[in-house]
Design a protein around this ligand. Structure first.
Ligand code: GAL
Length: 310
């Protein structure tokens, strides 16, 4: 059975390196869609700025979370210097959720300027999970900064946007509007002065669990975790969930998303990026099952995804 080497930039079914960095997964009608940052932009800023993107959001689909077929770029960058998604801007951590009544696929992403001072959350929609996505607008949710971001749909159908706010010192959780297209006025701030990034969430055993990172840019740091009875909190911070060799630096990675338990994976799976800032398109992927012990999440390194022993 095919498997991928954790840490490498995995290949799609055509043998091309998968460009879905900082990504997330949507399961829809039995198909898995993997959306992420396409770092394979042709041009690069003359001053060699490592954050230059311009590649938009790429997507892949799969029936088994192992074989991935490219859907190419589903949200393109823009040549218009006034546009949020201008090729010289930053577009990171795209995540897609499905709205069951409007039947729209809603993508949220971090949009920023090269110097990361814009700190906004952008939203795009599509009628089909394979795109194309149409960019709508960006927000500072309730006027607060939003950087590393993700979205989460609760069991009751309410969706939330979570971003690093207050210059990354605080996590901000905003309830989205009923159509998922904008932040509502309901929000809370959590983990004040804990400087967290790379948020990802999963529901397990009736509680909400968070996996995140500290704030050291592209360099790996020790993972953070937390638990709550309600998504809006209060959140209780837990220990580093990673165990074993390399656990103090998240095995060289940074969290991107948690795939909930499903048809393929019996338990939730944490997706990490191994950033290679000198050539971001070669950044690797590490996917590891999450288990629980003594009220803590536990993540052990495994050489491959999926692990043949699982
Ligand atoms: C990381 C963040 C990445 C990217 C990077 C830029 O902390 O998680 O998504 O923004 O900083 O330095």
């Amino acid at each position: 059975m095919k498997s991928h080497l954790n840490g490498e930039c995995w290949l799609d079914d055509d043998g091309n390196p998968i460009q879905a960095h900082g990504g997330g997964i949507l399961e829809h009608n039995g198909v898995y869609y993997w959306y992420g940052e396409n770092r394979d932009a042709v041009a690069r800023k003359e001053n060699g700025n490592k954050n230059y993107l311009g590649g938009g959001v790429a997507a892949y689909h799969s029936s088994d979370l192992v074989h991935w077929k490219s859907l190419s770029v589903v949200l393109k960058a823009s040549d218009d210097p006034q546009h949020d998604l201008h090729v010289g801007n930053v577009l990171e951590r795209p995540k897609v959720i499905y709205h069951p009544t409007s039947k729209k696929f809603v993508m949220w992403m971090h949009v920023d300027s090269q110097d990361y001072k814009m700190a906004r959350a952008g939203v795009a929609v599509a009628d089909d999970p394979a795109g194309p996505f149409r960019y709508l607008q960006s927000f500072r949710p309730n006027q607060f900064m939003s950087r590393d971001q993700t979205v989460f749909i609760d069991r009751d159908g309410i969706a939330y946007h979570i971003g690093a706010s207050d210059n990354n010192a605080t996590a901000m959780i905003s309830q989205l509007s009923d159509d998922f297209l904008s932040p509502s006025r309901k929000f809370v701030k959590a983990f004040e002065k804990r400087y967290m990034e790379a948020f990802s969430f999963v529901e397990h055993a009736g509680k909400y669990w968070m996996l995140a990172s500290g704030c050291t840019g592209w360099k790996p740091n020790q993972a953070r975790s937390a638990v709550a009875d309600h998504f809006m909190g209060p959140w209780q911070e837990l220990a580093n969930p990673c165990v074993g060799d390399g656990a103090d630096l998240t095995f060289g990675g940074q969290s991107a998303y948690i795939i909930p338990a499903g048809r393929i994976n019996r338990g939730p799976v944490a997706m990490f990026d191994i950033w290679r800032p000198d050539d971001l398109k070669t950044s690797g992927y590490v996917w590891l099952p999450i288990t629980w012990k003594g009220g803590q999440m536990v993540i052990r390194h495994q050489p491959r995804w999926p692990n043949p022993m699982d």
